[in-house]
Design a protein around this ligand. Structure first.
Ligand code: NI
Length: 155
């Protein structure tokens, strides 16, 4: 396992569309281990492959509320409702903003063994899924945010 360098705004790879994973190999599983390690080292709740310079449709999530998952080739197949959440991003350090997203989504992906998986996500978990899946298409939360701004100093 290794901590990878997180790309920040201005690095072109964050704006590119990622390619699907054709086969879940040992090197993909090893990449996912590194993604979790890199995310935890930065206290993030999600990390997408382009954020560490890899143009593949892979994201990892641990929302700290019991939802820990690696998503390979994820697709959101339904959106319901609406919620507004204050978001940040490891690639936009020191900033935050409010984004309106679906309250409940259904996600289809493949797992670490290459098997199809699907699940519903609601509330904060759904926010993180939508944020990370956007990264795979070169979309950053700031593109959708209201009041994108520097984070207030910690109280
Ligand atoms: Ni992000």
């Amino acid at each position: 396992m290794a901590i990878r360098r997180i790309r920040t705004e201005g690095e072109e790879i964050l704006r590119l569309k990622c390619k699907p994973v054709k086969e879940v190999t040992e090197s993909i599983r090893s990449l996912i281990d590194d993604m979790f390690e890199t995310m935890y080292a930065s206290d993030g709740v999600g990390l997408a492959a382009p954020q560490i310079g890899i143009l593949r449709r892979i994201a990892v999530i641990d929302d700290t509320q019991g939802n820990k998952i690696a998503l390979i080739n994820p697709v959101i197949t339904s959106f319901e409702g609406e919620q507004t959440c204050t978001e940040g991003c490891l690639s936009l350090p020191g900033y935050q903003g409010e984004v309106v997203r679906a309250k409940k989504i259904h996600v289809e992906a493949i797992d670490l063994n290459g098997k199809p998986v699907s699940f519903d996500a609601e509330d904060f978990f759904a926010v993180v899924c939508q944020h990370e899946i956007d990264h795979l298409d070169g979309v950053l939360y700031k593109d959708k945010a209201e009041n994108y701004r520097k984070q207030e100093a910690a109280q």
